[in-house]
Structure formats: C-alpha cells, structure tokens
Design a protein around this ligand. Structure first.
Ligand code: ASP
Length: 414
C-alpha cells in the first residue's frame, strides 16, 4: 500500500515538473542549445517509455483475453459479459456524442471565423479519401489476419479476435488442453509482473512526454481556435467528470474520489501518451488493484475497450464535423446531424488506440455529410493537444465499463 502511494506521488511530481519545464521551454523557445538538448532527451526518454509499454502490450492482450475467456467460461458468464460490454460501449459512446452535439449547437464554434485564415493549410492538404463502404471493407478485412502478423505489427483488434477464438478452443478441448490453460495462466501472471516493473519508470516517462507535449504547442494557433478548443474541452470534461462517474456511482456505488484516485496513473499515462493501447497495461493494473475489478472481466473488457470504446474520440469527431460545417458556412440539418452521430460511432470504433487515429477516421465522417475533407488541415495543428484529453476520457470509459460489468456479474453470482 505504502509503495503504491509513493508511486502515485512520484507520478504527480513527474507530471508537475513535466508541465512546468515544458511551459518554460515553450516561452523561451527551443532554439537555444540547452533548451534543444532538454527537448532531445525528453524525446528519447518519452519514446523509450512508449516503446516499453508497447513491448508488453501484445503478450498482455493475448494472455489476458485467453485466460479471461477460459476462466469466464468456468463461471459460464461469457455470454452476459459480451452483451453487457456491447451495451455499455454503445450507450456511453452515444451519450458522449449527444453531449458533443448539444454543446456545439449551443455555442456554434467556427461561425464567423474567416476560412481564408486556413486557406494555405487546406490547399496543401492531401486527402486520403475514405468513403464509408471502403472503410467498412478495409475494417472487416483487417479483423481476421494471420495472428503472427497481427502481433508483429501490434494490431490489437485482430489479436483480440484470435485470442477469443483461441480461448474458446481451449475451453472446448477441456481436459486435453489443461496444460495449455495452465501455461497461459502462468504467462499472464508473469506479464503482469513485468507491468509492475514498467510502472516504476512511469514517473520519468510521463515527465518526459509532458515536457515535449507542452514545449511544442503553438500558443498562437491554439488561441486562434480558442473557442473551438474550449467547447471541445467542455464536452470532453463534462462526459469525463459528470456522465461517466454518475454511471459508475449508480451501477457500483463507487464515488468519484475513489474512481479518480484508483485510476489516476492510467489517466495521466493516457494524457501523456495519447494512446489507449499503450496505456492498457497500466489501466489493467489500476482497475484490478484499486477498483477490485474481477481479473478475468478486466482482462476481457479492457483490451476490447481500448480499441472499440472511445467516448472522447466519438465526441470529438462529431463536434469537429459541425465545427468545420460552421467554418465553411454549411448548416447541417437534423437528419445530417443524425448521420454524423452514427458515423462518429463507426469512426470511433474503427480508430485504433494510437495517437491521432481519430483524425484519420474523421475524413469519413466529414465526407458522409458532404463536408470538405481538407477541413482536417485546420484541426491538425491542435490535434496533439486535444488528443491528450480525448484519450484520457477514452481510457476512463474503459476502466468504468470494466468496473460496472464486473459489479453486475458478481452481484448476479451471489
Ligand atoms: N488517441 C486516441 C486513443 O488512443 C484515439 C484518437 O482519438 O485519436 O484513444
């Protein structure tokens, strides 16, 4: 217990130092040799931290899902968990989009902004066109691929799918596969031990990532799009601080204090890495140890959620589409906004849990209602900044989902 408190404190100190140094670098500029060397080392340490998290990701996803399925089948709860996860993912993602659409309709960011301000960026932007049908085709084709290739390329979704099939096959094999099952359980425990080691360097990694994140923000661009940024933050924080904690309280009785204290390491890591996938090992550790989520349920719900459940991304995609519509002077009617709603769900499910993934799938949302894909060029300079916030809410949504599902399942077993 004492150890985990001290790690929490170390992470908070790392966060504070990272933000302060980053801010100083931002003000004095990164041209001087000492500033550029700080940035250089921050870059190396930050990338190293992300690489180490990614190193453990695939072994963790594979073993946690297979072990989770093997044990869940033993409780014969698998069917319910599937359905509950699906219901939770869809309902919270929808709720977040509704919050985003309401806020953007009230504040109307982008109206009156001069499109000529962004003309250069839009002119030099190359569209990677992706219609809905093409997107669905590529998405489905990417689900079932050679598992070795998927693992080697750190593709989470096909790895999750292979692990589900593998886990089910282990169960059906019964006695014959006992040794494989035991082996997987041992492997999973070893991987989780590695995660606790990785946690020890988290304060340093987070500090380095934050130095870089804050140092390279272009304050001028941020202030130019200040209203849009504020409105996005309002929606994202509303969902993260009000909606999701209320759901958690209603379904589990866990209050916001325990929630945020319990998953703070995961949230800070999500903020500094902008990657739900890279954060997954830490999310898993946090919910199991601090929120007492059943290990098998967390092992199943979290990897799936890290790639398929992205409330922050969905909310952002919807808000950004309406913002671009406002800038180019197109008024999207209710039907078009409903199209945006559904497309934002698909785009969020389809986006992998990596930095700026939402930007790629956003092209599809824009094109679905006839908005210019070049509009993305306006958002690119501020994406790294907003990505930090939406990824944090994405991870929070996954953690809360695992907690709610675990509570429902455990209660029904009593
Ligand atoms: N960076 C986000 C995540 O990893 C995805 C996105 O919205 O770009 O959850």
């Amino acid at each position: 217990m004492e150890k985990s408190i001290s790690l929490n404190k170390q992470i908070l100190i790392g966060t504070a130092i990272g933000i302060i140094i980053g801010y100083i670098l931002n003000i004095i500029g990164t041209d001087t040799s000492s500033a550029s060397s700080i940035l250089y080392f921050a870059d190396i340490i930050g990338s190293l931290f992300i690489s180490i998290l990614k190193m453990i990701l695939i072994p963790l996803v594979f073993t946690s899902i297979t072990v989770g399925i093997a044990n869940l089948q033993a409780h014969s709860q698998m069917n319910r968990i599937w359905k509950l996860a699906l219901i939770y993912f869809l309902s919270t993602t929808s709720l977040s989009i509704i919050v985003g659409l309401v806020i953007v309709n009230v504040f109307k960011p982008g109206q009156g902004l001069e499109i000529t301000l962004f003309q250069d960026a839009m002119d030099s932007f190359e569209i990677q066109s992706m219609g809905l049908s093409e997107f669905i085709k590529t998405f489905i084709a990417g689900l079932f691929i050679n598992p070795i290739k998927a693992m080697a390329e750190a593709k989470i979704l096909p790895t999750v799918i292979f692990a589900i099939f593998f886990g089910i096959a282990v169960i059906i094999s019964g006695e014959k596969a006992n040794r494989v099952k035991e082996l997987l359980i041992e492997l999973f425990e070893i991987v989780m031990l590695l995660v606790t080691w990785i946690m020890k360097i988290a304060p340093l990694g987070i500090m380095a990532l934050l130095i870089k994140l804050v140092a390279i923000q272009d304050i001028e661009v941020l202030s130019q799009l200040g209203i849009f940024i504020s409105v996005v933050l309002l929606g994202t924080l509303f969902h993260g601080i009000i909606d999701l904690p209320i759901l958690l309280k209603v379904f589990t009785g866990i209050g916001p204090k325990r929630l945020f204290a319990g998953i703070s390491k995961a949230l800070i890591t999500a903020f500094s890495t902008s990657s739900s996938s890279a954060t997954l090992p830490i999310t898993m550790e946090c919910v199991e140890k601090n929120l007492e989520v059943d290990k098998d349920i967390a092992g199943f719900v979290l990897p799936l959620g890290a790639t398929a459940n992205m409330d922050g991304t969905a909310l952002y995609e919807a808000m950004a589409a309406l913002f671009i519509a406002n800038i180019v002077g197109i008024d999207l009617n209710v039907v078009q906004q409903i199209v945006v709603f559904f497309m934002a769900i698909i785009a969020a499910v389809g986006a992998p849990g990596i930095p700026s993934a939402g930007m790629v799938t956003m092209v599809m949302v824009l094109q679905s209602v006839g908005l210019p894909a070049e509009g993305i060029a306006i958002l690119l300079p501020i994406d790294r900044f907003l990505d930090a916030f939406r990824t944090t809410v994405n991870v929070e949504g996954d953690a809360i989902g695992s907690c709610i599902i675990s509570t429902i399942i455990m209660k029904s077993k009593e």
